[in-house]
Design a protein around this ligand. Structure first.
Ligand SMILES: *Cc1c(COP(=O)(O)O)cnc(C)c1O
Length: 810
């Protein structure tokens, strides 16, 4: 029914009537979206079933990617592209009198993640399917995604993201595959013959019901699965009331308490409130995922001894680390394996990615909480710890003084990162520098014990969403220049090096950028009412708001420029549009103050007649995947200015680069590898090195006040935070920001890097004025971005970590 326009139009009208129970003439755009998505899903279903069958038939080893976050973004466009029916559908809808782009806007956006970590999981699913690899996602079907951000009088206000209100067209509820997950209660040791059997008497049972979403491979007929679990009651209502002799009200209360487990995504991936609930979420989706994996395995195999030849479980950050003791529990308690055998199997199945070095994000759970909520899991962790500590004392006695640091249980806390390293066969960092720091500093003792387990897998992004889909103009131009091979082999983008100095190609690339900037300008106008100059430098910083990412430094640069404009009537500069998008965790006061500061600068500068000829400041509210897709294609300059050694990798940096933006950045995370790829001439690097930052942190010697006193530019900007400057735009002081710099000695070395940043920005102005030079750099950035495709990353994981192979399903 999708083979040509006419048959699409006919079957679309038929399906519309059948699904909506009314004539097509009365159709709303939302119903058109829902009908279309339903049809696409139905088209994918035979391929979905076939993919499962082929994986079984060929006994392909599969990976399951366990992640508390999947920042998916919309599917419709990508699914149509992957199924090779985009044009037919676009033209068919046109004929029916609908605009395809408008229709896509009705798709609710599953924002089941905070930022880079969740988006990485989504890019990985896309690459697994595109590369015909048997790989699936396992996560939570949050009732509410990450909060929706509004800016009211400069302040961030959070609203619920009710993404399921009108239904999710892509999911299929699989009640037949529901799994019960046990919490609390007590453990009985029962002697049965010569074996000691463990029986867990839980005091709460939660039913995990899977909702499966198809992950459609790019033009290869592969459809993998993202399985998201919903928390429900295992009893029917009457049964529950009879068992508990409770009232109707008690029943509702009980049901609500269960539903809470999959109610919402914690709006922060570095600190956590509601700890018990968060722990419940973790065990809920991990236990359901591991149990469901074992159940599928046992449908076709007998002995779990060889589980590791058929399944790999990947643990995305520390949130799913409880998969390790959970698999131990199932092997021992449910299937009678002894410790050593269970341990061997568990390690062979599990692999782990560390995502951050920030101390507050390295999860440590109070022993008491585990003991109460997961009594059997706690016993197993204690035994893993006992054996590990013994191993240290016997085989690595010189590490004894560091036991508190490397043990799995110490100081009444469970160290999840240590458990992950000890209980898996692979631990990786997400960029070269990050992995090196893990090995040399953060985890140096564990690295000494298990050197072969540590490896690097530099992050990547799917070029299908972030270039092919979101930047059709540039994609078409690239294809005109070098053919289509880059779509399957993104490293072929390197062929663009052959035309990077070609004046006519440079001009075409700059024309595409200009058109994309016009689109972005239109979007900004529609969203904010601010008119921006499309000939100005579009200087963009979009990412979660966090002190280490230093949005503050970007804002201070703007303020310094504004002060120059005010002080000198003859001052001129290359016009710039500063564009920000960032959500702050709701409880993170400092981050919210930085948002207020940016918005205060915006109202001060945009309303100043002379200054606004040179500078506009735009804060786009509610940064998310669909907005990101509009921003990268129209960006000139990519702000990647984190304090060196704090950004594990970054992936926003890769999206900008691929879309031909030049990076201004520190030697941090993947910026280093971007610099190595493009060369120093095509990137603006500034600031302290990771080693210099780490030395300041270890030995001290940095005094923010010295810089404040020595540098007048810094002093004027910092003073303005608290001297009444912002009164005229109705804002009061920014005392917390001022204090972070001068009272608390500027933890993230903003003032230390400021002069070097300003200087790098002046280089940006110079290069931008030389159109040919900028164009060449832009082309070089796109040309060298192939290695940052998540296809490269996933190929490395498949070969070196998971040992899975492409499986053709044709
Ligand atoms: C890529 C992406 C991120 C990660 O950006 P970083 O700059 O690497 O922190 C966060 N949010 C969204 C919506 C993204 O698409």
């Amino acid at each position: 029914m999708f083979t040509d326009k006419q048959s699409f139009v006919t079957s679309f009208q038929e399906r519309f009537v059948a699904l909506n129970g009314k004539s097509f003439d009365e159709g709303t755009e939302q119903e058109v979206y829902q009908t279309l998505a339903t049809m696409v899903r139905e088209q994918a279903i035979p391929k979905w079933i076939n993919t499962r069958d082929k994986h079984e038939e060929k006994q392909s080893k599969q990976v399951i990617y366990f992640s508390l976050e999947f920042l998916l973004g919309r599917f419709l466009y990508n699914n149509l592209l992957s199924m090779d029916v985009l044009e037919v559908v676009q033209e068919g809808l046109e004929e029916l009198g609908f605009n395809f782009t408008d229709i896509t806007e009705y798709e609710p956006e599953p924002g089941l993640g905070n930022g880079g970590l969740g988006r990485l999981a989504a890019c990985f699913l896309d690459s697994l399917a595109a590369l015909s690899l048997p790989g699936h996602g396992n996560g939570i079907r949050y009732r509410y995604g990450l909060f929706k951000q509004k800016i009211v009088d400069g302040y961030q206000v959070e609203l619920p993201d009710n993404w399921l209100r009108d239904g999710n067209m892509w999911e299929t509820r699989r009640a037949d595959r529901a799994i019960d997950v046990n919490f609390g209660g007590w453990i009985e040791m029962r002697q049965i013959g010569d074996r000691l059997r463990v029986v867990h008497h839980p005091d709460e049972v939660v039913r995990a019901v899977p909702y499966d979403m198809p992950v459609i491979g790019y033009k290869n007929d592969v459809v993998n699965t993202l399985r998201l679990w919903n928390a429900e009651s295992p009893f029917d209502d009457e049964e529950y009331m009879e068992r508990t002799k409770g009232s109707y009200k008690d029943l509702l209360k009980y049901k609500q308490s269960i539903a809470t487990i999959s109610e919402f995504l914690y709006p922060d991936d570095t600190t956590y409130e509601g700890k018990v609930l968060r722990l419940k979420q973790q065990y809920f989706f991990v236990s359901a995922g591991v149990q469901s994996m074992i159940a599928s395995y046992l449908r076709h195999n007998k002995s779990l001894k060889h589980l590791g030849d058929h399944y790999a479980v990947h643990i995305n950050d520390t949130h799913p680390v409880v998969a390790i003791p959970e698999l131990m529990r199932i092997l021992m308690d449910d299937h009678g394996y002894g410790w050593d055998e269970a341990w061997r199997v568990t390690k062979s199945v599990m692999s782990f990615t560390n995502h951050t070095l920030l101390a507050e994000a390295l999860e440590k759970w109070p022993v008491e909480m585990y003991e109460r909520l997961l009594p059997r899991i706690y016993q197993i962790i204690t035994e893993i710890n006992r054996r590990f500590c013994k191993d240290v004392l016997v085989n690595y006695p010189h590490l004894e003084p560091h036991m508190g640091e490397i043990a799995i249980v110490s100081n009444e806390h469970i160290n999840m990162a240590n458990l992950a390293v000890v209980g898996s066969h692979s631990t990786n960092g997400v960029a070269r520098i990050h992995t090196d720091i893990l090995k040399q500093r953060e985890m140096r003792h564990l690295y000494e014990m298990f050197p072969l387990r540590f490896n690097n897998k530099t992050n990547g992004i799917t070029h299908r969403r972030w270039l092919l889909k979101s930047n059709p103009r540039l994609s078409n131009l690239i294809t005109d220049a070098i053919g289509t091979s880059w779509i399957e082999h993104p490293n072929d983008l390197e062929k663009l090096m052959g035309v990077s100095k070609d004046a006519s190609f440079q001009e075409q690339v700059m024309n595409v950028k200009q058109q994309n900037k016009l689109d972005l300008a239109g979007y900004i106008q529609a969203e904010t009412g601010i008119a921006v100059d499309p000939d100005s430098i579009f200087d963009v910083q979009v990412k979660r708001l966090h002190a280490y990412k230093r949005q503050l430094m970007d804002a201070m640069h703007i303020h310094a420029l504004y002060q120059k404009i005010q002080a000198d009537p003859t001052f001129t500069m290359v016009p710039r549009t500063f564009i920000f998008g960032a959500k702050a965790a709701p409880g993170y006061y400092y981050a919210k103050e930085v948002i207020r500061y940016i918005n205060a600068l915006a109202s001060m500068i945009n309303n100043d007649k002379r200054a606004s000829r040179f500078i506009k400041v735009v804060f786009l509210e509610n940064y998310r995947v669909s907005m990101a897709e509009r921003i990268f294609p129209g960006s000139d300059l990519s702000e990647q200015i984190s304090t060196a050694s704090y950004e594990a990798s970054g992936t926003g940096n890769m999206k900008f680069m691929m879309n031909g933006a030049l990076t201004i950045g520190t030697l941090d995370g993947a910026n280093i590898e971007i610099r190595d790829a493009v060369g120093d001439d095509h990137i603006f690097i500034f600031g302290l090195t990771p080693q210099e930052v780490m030395n300041y942190k270890k030995f001290g010697g940095y005094h923010a006040a010295d810089i404040y006193h020595a540098n007048m530019e810094v002093r004027n900007v910092v003073d303005a935070l608290v001297n009444g400057t912002f009164d005229k735009v109705g804002e009061y002081q920014f005392q917390a920001i001022f204090d972070s710099l001068l009272v608390y000695n500027d933890d993230f070395l903003v003032l230390k890097d400021f002069a070097s940043y300003m200087q790098a920005q002046r280089r940006v102005d110079e290069v931008f004025a030389d159109k040919a030079r900028w164009a060449e750099s832009s082309i070089v950035n796109t040309a060298k971005s192939g290695i940052f495709s998540s296809d490269r990353t996933i190929t490395e994981y498949a070969n070196a970590v998971w040992n899975i192979k492409p499986t053709s399903v044709k």
